[in-house]
Design a protein around this ligand. Sequence first.
Ligand code: ZN
Length: 424
Amino acid sequence: MHALVERLYPLCRSITGNGVRRTLEIIAESVPLEVHEVPTGTQVLDWTVPKEWNIRDAYVKDPSGRKVVDFAESALHVVGYSVPVSATMSLDELRPHLHTLPDQPSLVPYRTSYYAEAWGFCLSQETLDTMGPGPYEVVIDSTLTDGHLTYAEHVVPGESGDEVLLSCHICHPSLANDNLAGVAVAVELARRLAERSARRRLKHTYRFVFAPGTIGAITWLARNRDRVDRIAAGIVLACAGDRGPLTYKRSRRGDAWIDRVVEHVLRASGRPHTVVDFSPYGYDERQYCSPGFNLGVGSLTRTPYGAYPEYHTSADNPDFVTPEAMTDTLETLWEAVEVLERDRRYLNLSPYGEPQLGRRGLYGSLGGRSDTKRDQMAMLWVLNLSDGDHSLLDIAERSELPFSVVADAALALQRAGLLKEWTG
Ligand code: ZN
């Protein structure tokens, strides 16, 4: 995962353009992608697909011919969606187009101007402080023309038409946690799902959406409006690799299946974590949870949006994200997948009095193990609540037992003929 972050890091991504295409090509080396190209001017919900932006080079050259600011060093140096410029100007003239972080003087900020035609450079305050009056040669070799918005999907099919959505934004240039770590974790999750599905068919279909933030999610929703009711659960994955603890942001519904699944996984894992309620800000949960759609889609991050000093600066580089943190995020998602896959309702076929477990080899069948008592408690809970109204997740929540223990107990009881799956 970390190697993928490092490989994708230098590319100049934006909401459209060849940086996004190249990013998707690299992802497609790991998992097959269906790439969609949506023409400029296409109406998508209340928005319009913008012109496509591409950039070859950009710099600010001082009177000695030295490049003081050089796009070739970092994609962050140019304001995203800058219109082309070729001019000579004094520092005073150039100054309104220069963006720095005076409070973090060694860092380069990340800035964009998608929906207002503008141009600019981002640099450290320390660099700006060394700049004399000029004149400077200012070049941005970019194009802003009719083209396409590019996004991609990867689908791991399952038995049912129910879908689990995993959505990542791919529009940020050289920023690692926001959101290359999320992309890398999603790719690894997709590979794991493919491996698992090769052994045993998955219950749900898993749909990964790699799309530029906001406009990409809006485009996806516009083009899938008549099929979003298939989405049984979803997660917007971002900031998946910093050293902070996990944060789960609930869907707008607050008690959607995914909310209960992730909260259970986090609680049962003993990991330090935070759960926060939905708010109409952040990543693309804003779109999936807009009131017309109101999907059961939450957001998983480590340190959330804007809450770390490296956020949207050159300090969000590959050193800021760790393999350990990305692995922890991946394992959390994997545990959530296990719950999504195994959660179902059963019917107790012997509901009058407790069935005699000992006679069936279930009571103390795991004798000698310290978790025997826990397994027996799980069987009693499953038998008692399997009336068609309670799912295994309901039972895990109520019994405060880990989901996997409850699900294993249900499997043992089903094999003993005491349960059958509830089909409604
Ligand atoms: Zn961001």
